[in-house]
Design a protein around this ligand. Sequence first.
Ligand code: 13P
Length: 250
Amino acid sequence: MRQKIVAGNWKMNNDLNESVALINQIKEALVEREDVKAIIAPTFIALDKASQLLSGTNIGLSAQNMCSEDSGAFTGAISANMLKSVGCEYVILGHSERRTIFGETDKLINAKMKKAIASNLTPIFCIGETLEERESGEMKNVIEKQVREGLDGISESDLSGTIVAYEPVWAIGTGKVATPDQAQEVHAFIRNLLKEMYSEELAENTTIQYGGSVKPENAAELIGQKDIDGALVGGACLKADSFVAIIKNA
Ligand code: 13P
């Protein structure tokens, strides 16, 4: 059985005090479940404190990005080992905002994936098409390219445990959620691609999250689909009650 995982990507929200408050609210409201794992991804400045606050809970801690290099003259960057040193276990890589706003390429994301895995961080590997790509019939080609290039040179044993997040760009922050059928179709496509590239075993064991306007009201139906194993939540994870409700409905 694949584990269901609901992760909250805080994006560039919450200063340190606000982060502490939100984590405490989540801890208070969340009834931990064996079958659904919760992960939060605050900003870099809150990770150290978050890891202290989360100790003794089952809530996982993720960063939102990292550098592909170990150390040195990379102003403004944060390395995998630095994330590990503050207690991070996961890192979101390839988010569409990193791809579009910060110009990250599949090649760079691939280097980050390799570095994260080598550093014992579990990647949450994000992929997804734009509306234009979907409407022009290019969706599957785009997804396939992101998967093949993002995972290039990564062995099956190294990839095992990696979380994949399908986030259609047109559904992110727009309130336009993919229908359960639309999402399921792409999730099945991604799982099949993993089977082709690796093995049935790896494909069946890989958690594939859906992201894009997930709310308490639509979470159950989406996550109820055969190949949808959880959610990567943006806006709705900034309030403890809606984040916790999504986990409850998963
Ligand atoms: P929204 O839930 O705000 O659409 O954001 C999704 C997302 O980008 C999570 O990484």
